[in-house]
Design a protein around this ligand. Structure first.
Ligand SMILES: Nc1ncnc2c1ncn2[C@@H]1O[C@H](COP(=O)(O)OP(=O)(O)OP(=O)(O)O)[C@@H](O)[C@H]1O
Ligand SMILES: [Mg+2]
Length: 260
Protein backbone atom coordinates (compact mmCIF):
# COMPACT_ATOMS: atom_id res chain seq x y z
CA UNK A 1 0.00 0.00 0.00
CA UNK A 2 1.32 3.44 -0.94
CA UNK A 3 -0.04 6.56 0.73
CA UNK A 4 0.24 9.88 -1.12
CA UNK A 5 -0.71 13.18 0.52
CA UNK A 6 -1.75 15.83 -1.99
CA UNK A 7 -1.25 19.12 -0.20
CA UNK A 8 -0.46 22.79 -0.53
CA UNK A 9 -1.19 25.53 2.00
CA UNK A 10 -2.31 27.69 -0.92
CA UNK A 11 -5.91 27.33 -2.13
CA UNK A 12 -7.13 26.66 -5.65
CA UNK A 13 -3.90 25.16 -7.01
CA UNK A 14 -5.47 21.91 -8.26
CA UNK A 15 -5.18 19.61 -5.23
CA UNK A 16 -8.63 18.06 -5.57
CA UNK A 17 -8.34 17.83 -9.36
CA UNK A 18 -4.95 16.13 -8.96
CA UNK A 19 -6.34 13.65 -6.41
CA UNK A 20 -9.22 12.73 -8.71
CA UNK A 21 -7.13 12.54 -11.87
CA UNK A 22 -4.34 10.46 -10.32
CA UNK A 23 -6.90 8.21 -8.60
CA UNK A 24 -8.71 7.69 -11.86
CA UNK A 25 -5.42 6.98 -13.63
CA UNK A 26 -4.37 4.42 -11.02
CA UNK A 27 -7.75 2.67 -11.17
CA UNK A 28 -7.44 2.48 -14.97
CA UNK A 29 -4.15 0.64 -14.41
CA UNK A 30 -6.01 -1.98 -12.35
CA UNK A 31 -4.92 -0.64 -8.95
CA UNK A 32 -7.34 -0.62 -5.99
CA UNK A 33 -7.54 3.02 -4.97
CA UNK A 34 -9.05 4.86 -2.02
CA UNK A 35 -9.40 8.66 -2.09
CA UNK A 36 -9.81 10.32 1.30
CA UNK A 37 -11.34 13.80 1.47
CA UNK A 38 -9.62 15.67 4.32
CA UNK A 39 -11.12 19.07 3.49
CA UNK A 40 -14.14 20.31 5.54
CA UNK A 41 -15.27 22.07 2.34
CA UNK A 42 -15.68 18.58 0.90
CA UNK A 43 -15.03 19.38 -2.78
CA UNK A 44 -13.96 15.81 -3.50
CA UNK A 45 -17.01 14.38 -1.73
CA UNK A 46 -19.22 16.73 -3.74
CA UNK A 47 -17.52 15.70 -6.97
CA UNK A 48 -18.85 12.18 -6.33
CA UNK A 49 -22.35 13.64 -6.02
CA UNK A 50 -22.75 12.95 -2.29
CA UNK A 51 -25.24 15.30 -0.56
CA UNK A 52 -23.71 17.00 2.50
CA UNK A 53 -26.94 17.57 4.39
CA UNK A 54 -27.43 15.40 6.37
CA UNK A 55 -23.68 14.85 6.58
CA UNK A 56 -22.44 11.54 5.19
CA UNK A 57 -20.40 9.21 7.37
CA UNK A 58 -16.71 9.48 6.68
CA UNK A 59 -13.48 10.95 7.96
CA UNK A 60 -14.95 12.39 11.18
CA UNK A 61 -15.73 8.84 12.37
CA UNK A 62 -11.99 8.02 12.25
CA UNK A 63 -11.53 10.54 15.07
CA UNK A 64 -14.34 9.13 17.26
CA UNK A 65 -13.86 6.96 20.36
CA UNK A 66 -13.75 4.13 19.45
CA UNK A 67 -12.70 5.06 15.91
CA UNK A 68 -14.71 3.88 12.90
CA UNK A 69 -13.18 1.50 10.38
CA UNK A 70 -12.22 2.68 6.90
CA UNK A 71 -13.50 -0.55 5.33
CA UNK A 72 -17.06 0.08 6.54
CA UNK A 73 -17.02 3.85 5.95
CA UNK A 74 -15.56 3.91 2.40
CA UNK A 75 -17.92 4.01 -0.58
CA UNK A 76 -17.60 2.52 -4.06
CA UNK A 77 -17.53 5.02 -6.90
CA UNK A 78 -18.95 4.41 -10.37
CA UNK A 79 -15.38 3.83 -11.56
CA UNK A 80 -14.23 0.24 -11.02
CA UNK A 81 -11.41 0.03 -8.47
CA UNK A 82 -11.94 3.58 -7.16
CA UNK A 83 -13.38 4.06 -3.66
CA UNK A 84 -13.64 7.20 -1.55
CA UNK A 85 -14.14 8.36 2.01
CA UNK A 86 -16.30 11.46 2.53
CA UNK A 87 -15.46 14.67 4.35
CA UNK A 88 -17.95 16.49 6.55
CA UNK A 89 -18.20 20.20 7.42
CA UNK A 90 -17.86 19.27 11.11
CA UNK A 91 -14.23 18.27 10.45
CA UNK A 92 -13.50 21.96 10.97
CA UNK A 93 -14.29 21.52 14.70
CA UNK A 94 -11.53 18.93 15.16
CA UNK A 95 -8.93 21.64 15.70
CA UNK A 96 -10.63 22.70 18.94
CA UNK A 97 -10.96 19.13 20.16
CA UNK A 98 -7.30 18.41 19.53
CA UNK A 99 -6.31 20.84 22.30
CA UNK A 100 -7.69 18.56 25.05
CA UNK A 101 -7.38 15.25 23.21
CA UNK A 102 -3.71 14.43 22.60
CA UNK A 103 -2.90 11.82 19.97
CA UNK A 104 -5.44 13.04 17.40
CA UNK A 105 -2.55 13.85 15.03
CA UNK A 106 -2.01 10.13 14.44
CA UNK A 107 -5.66 9.05 14.12
CA UNK A 108 -5.49 8.67 10.33
CA UNK A 109 -2.23 6.75 10.45
CA UNK A 110 -3.75 4.30 12.95
CA UNK A 111 -6.93 3.88 10.89
CA UNK A 112 -4.83 3.17 7.77
CA UNK A 113 -2.67 0.67 9.64
CA UNK A 114 -5.88 -1.12 10.74
CA UNK A 115 -7.11 -1.04 7.15
CA UNK A 116 -4.17 -3.18 6.04
CA UNK A 117 -3.69 -3.95 2.36
CA UNK A 118 -7.25 -3.65 1.05
CA UNK A 119 -6.17 -0.84 -1.27
CA UNK A 120 -2.97 -0.49 -3.30
CA UNK A 121 -3.01 3.33 -3.16
CA UNK A 122 -4.48 5.79 -0.69
CA UNK A 123 -4.65 9.40 -1.89
CA UNK A 124 -5.25 12.12 0.71
CA UNK A 125 -6.85 15.33 -0.58
CA UNK A 126 -5.87 18.04 1.92
CA UNK A 127 -7.45 21.40 2.68
CA UNK A 128 -5.30 24.51 2.13
CA UNK A 129 -4.91 24.92 5.90
CA UNK A 130 -1.98 23.94 8.05
CA UNK A 131 -3.90 22.25 10.86
CA UNK A 132 -4.68 18.93 12.46
CA UNK A 133 -6.00 17.28 9.28
CA UNK A 134 -2.94 18.19 7.26
CA UNK A 135 -0.67 16.99 10.08
CA UNK A 136 -2.60 13.69 10.05
CA UNK A 137 -2.07 13.39 6.29
CA UNK A 138 1.64 14.18 6.42
CA UNK A 139 2.22 11.86 9.39
CA UNK A 140 0.63 8.97 7.47
CA UNK A 141 2.04 9.65 3.99
CA UNK A 142 4.80 7.86 2.10
CA UNK A 143 5.05 10.78 -0.35
CA UNK A 144 4.01 14.42 -0.33
CA UNK A 145 2.74 15.63 -3.70
CA UNK A 146 2.54 19.43 -3.94
CA UNK A 147 0.46 20.71 -6.85
CA UNK A 148 1.67 24.25 -7.55
CA UNK A 149 0.21 26.74 -9.94
CA UNK A 150 2.89 28.15 -12.25
CA UNK A 151 2.48 31.77 -11.16
CA UNK A 152 4.75 33.94 -8.98
CA UNK A 153 2.42 34.21 -5.96
CA UNK A 154 2.16 30.44 -5.75
CA UNK A 155 5.91 30.11 -5.19
CA UNK A 156 5.56 31.37 -1.59
CA UNK A 157 2.93 28.72 -0.91
CA UNK A 158 5.28 26.10 -2.31
CA UNK A 159 8.15 27.15 -0.03
CA UNK A 160 5.82 27.05 3.00
CA UNK A 161 4.59 23.59 2.10
CA UNK A 162 8.10 22.22 1.56
CA UNK A 163 9.10 23.56 5.00
CA UNK A 164 6.04 21.97 6.62
CA UNK A 165 6.94 18.65 4.99
CA UNK A 166 10.50 18.90 6.35
CA UNK A 167 9.19 19.67 9.83
CA UNK A 168 6.98 16.57 9.83
CA UNK A 169 9.81 14.49 8.39
CA UNK A 170 12.09 15.52 11.26
CA UNK A 171 9.51 14.87 13.95
CA UNK A 172 8.50 11.44 12.67
CA UNK A 173 12.06 10.32 11.80
CA UNK A 174 11.01 8.71 8.52
CA UNK A 175 11.69 10.20 5.07
CA UNK A 176 8.83 12.08 3.42
CA UNK A 177 9.88 12.50 -0.22
CA UNK A 178 8.39 15.50 -1.99
CA UNK A 179 7.16 15.67 -5.58
CA UNK A 180 6.16 19.04 -7.02
CA UNK A 181 3.57 19.05 -9.77
CA UNK A 182 3.19 22.28 -11.78
CA UNK A 183 -0.53 22.75 -12.49
CA UNK A 184 -2.93 25.06 -14.33
CA UNK A 185 -0.13 25.85 -16.77
CA UNK A 186 -0.58 28.19 -19.68
CA UNK A 187 2.35 27.66 -22.05
CA UNK A 188 1.56 30.86 -23.93
CA UNK A 189 2.32 33.23 -21.07
CA UNK A 190 5.81 34.44 -20.25
CA UNK A 191 5.01 34.50 -16.50
CA UNK A 192 3.99 30.84 -16.59
CA UNK A 193 7.20 29.77 -18.32
CA UNK A 194 9.40 31.93 -16.09
CA UNK A 195 7.76 30.67 -12.90
CA UNK A 196 8.16 27.08 -14.02
CA UNK A 197 11.87 27.70 -14.62
CA UNK A 198 12.24 29.29 -11.16
CA UNK A 199 10.55 26.28 -9.57
CA UNK A 200 12.91 23.92 -11.40
CA UNK A 201 16.02 25.96 -10.54
CA UNK A 202 15.09 26.03 -6.87
CA UNK A 203 13.82 22.47 -6.38
CA UNK A 204 15.59 20.52 -9.13
CA UNK A 205 14.53 16.92 -9.63
CA UNK A 206 11.69 17.19 -7.15
CA UNK A 207 9.80 19.15 -9.81
CA UNK A 208 8.09 17.23 -12.59
CA UNK A 209 9.79 18.23 -15.86
CA UNK A 210 6.43 18.71 -17.58
CA UNK A 211 3.30 20.60 -16.39
CA UNK A 212 -0.45 19.99 -16.22
CA UNK A 213 -2.04 22.37 -18.73
CA UNK A 214 -5.26 24.28 -18.27
CA UNK A 215 -7.90 22.10 -19.93
CA UNK A 216 -11.62 22.88 -19.87
CA UNK A 217 -12.37 19.15 -20.05
CA UNK A 218 -11.21 18.78 -16.45
CA UNK A 219 -12.35 22.17 -15.16
CA UNK A 220 -15.35 20.67 -13.37
CA UNK A 221 -14.38 18.05 -10.79
CA UNK A 222 -17.55 16.03 -11.47
CA UNK A 223 -16.32 15.16 -14.99
CA UNK A 224 -13.46 13.28 -13.31
CA UNK A 225 -15.82 11.02 -11.35
CA UNK A 226 -18.00 10.10 -14.33
CA UNK A 227 -17.38 6.61 -15.74
CA UNK A 228 -18.54 7.78 -19.19
CA UNK A 229 -15.53 10.06 -19.51
CA UNK A 230 -13.88 8.84 -22.70
CA UNK A 231 -10.58 7.34 -21.59
CA UNK A 232 -9.63 6.60 -25.21
CA UNK A 233 -9.54 10.36 -25.89
CA UNK A 234 -8.60 11.79 -22.52
CA UNK A 235 -7.71 15.32 -23.66
CA UNK A 236 -4.58 17.29 -22.78
CA UNK A 237 -5.24 17.57 -19.05
CA UNK A 238 -5.85 13.89 -18.32
CA UNK A 239 -3.04 12.82 -20.67
CA UNK A 240 -0.66 15.05 -18.72
CA UNK A 241 -1.90 13.53 -15.44
CA UNK A 242 -1.19 10.05 -16.85
CA UNK A 243 2.40 11.07 -17.59
CA UNK A 244 2.68 12.63 -14.13
CA UNK A 245 1.44 9.35 -12.66
CA UNK A 246 4.16 7.39 -14.48
CA UNK A 247 6.76 9.77 -13.06
CA UNK A 248 5.37 9.49 -9.51
CA UNK A 249 5.35 5.69 -9.66
CA UNK A 250 8.92 5.69 -10.98
CA UNK A 251 9.93 8.02 -8.12
CA UNK A 252 8.29 5.64 -5.62
CA UNK A 253 10.08 2.65 -7.16
CA UNK A 254 13.44 4.45 -6.99
CA UNK A 255 12.81 5.43 -3.38
CA UNK A 256 11.89 1.88 -2.38
CA UNK A 257 15.00 0.58 -4.12
CA UNK A 258 17.23 3.06 -2.28
CA UNK A 259 15.63 2.09 1.03
CA UNK A 260 16.13 -1.67 0.42
N1 LIG B 1 -5.78 21.62 -15.34
C1 LIG B 1 -6.91 22.31 -15.13
N2 LIG B 1 -7.58 22.86 -16.16
C2 LIG B 1 -8.71 23.58 -15.95
N3 LIG B 1 -9.27 23.78 -14.74
C3 LIG B 1 -8.65 23.24 -13.68
C4 LIG B 1 -7.44 22.49 -13.80
N4 LIG B 1 -7.04 22.10 -12.56
C5 LIG B 1 -7.97 22.58 -11.72
N5 LIG B 1 -8.93 23.28 -12.36
C6 LIG B 1 -10.06 24.00 -11.77
O1 LIG B 1 -9.53 25.01 -10.92
C7 LIG B 1 -10.29 25.12 -9.72
C8 LIG B 1 -9.40 24.81 -8.52
O2 LIG B 1 -8.97 23.46 -8.60
P1 LIG B 1 -9.07 22.48 -7.37
O3 LIG B 1 -10.39 22.54 -6.72
O4 LIG B 1 -8.58 21.15 -7.82
O5 LIG B 1 -7.99 23.16 -6.44
P2 LIG B 1 -7.73 22.90 -4.90
O6 LIG B 1 -6.28 23.19 -4.68
O7 LIG B 1 -8.22 21.58 -4.50
O8 LIG B 1 -8.62 24.03 -4.22
P3 LIG B 1 -8.93 24.20 -2.64
O9 LIG B 1 -7.68 24.80 -2.05
O10 LIG B 1 -10.10 25.12 -2.60
O11 LIG B 1 -9.21 22.83 -2.10
C9 LIG B 1 -11.44 24.13 -9.86
O12 LIG B 1 -12.55 24.79 -10.38
C10 LIG B 1 -10.90 23.12 -10.88
O13 LIG B 1 -11.94 22.48 -11.55
MG1 LIG C 1 -9.52 21.03 -2.91
Amino acid sequence: MRIWAIANQKGGVGKTTTTLALGRGLAALGQRVLLIDLDPHASLTRAFGVPLDPPPQGVLELFATPPGEIATLARDSAIPGLDYLCAQAALATLERRSANQPGLGLALQHALAQHGQRHDYILLDCAPTLGLLMINALAAADRLIIPTQAEPLALHGLEGMVRTGQMVERSRGRPLPVSILPTLFDRRTRTGNETLKQMQDRHGERVWEDAIPIDTRISTPATLTAPAHDDAYPGRGLSAYRRALEWLRAEDAAQLERAA
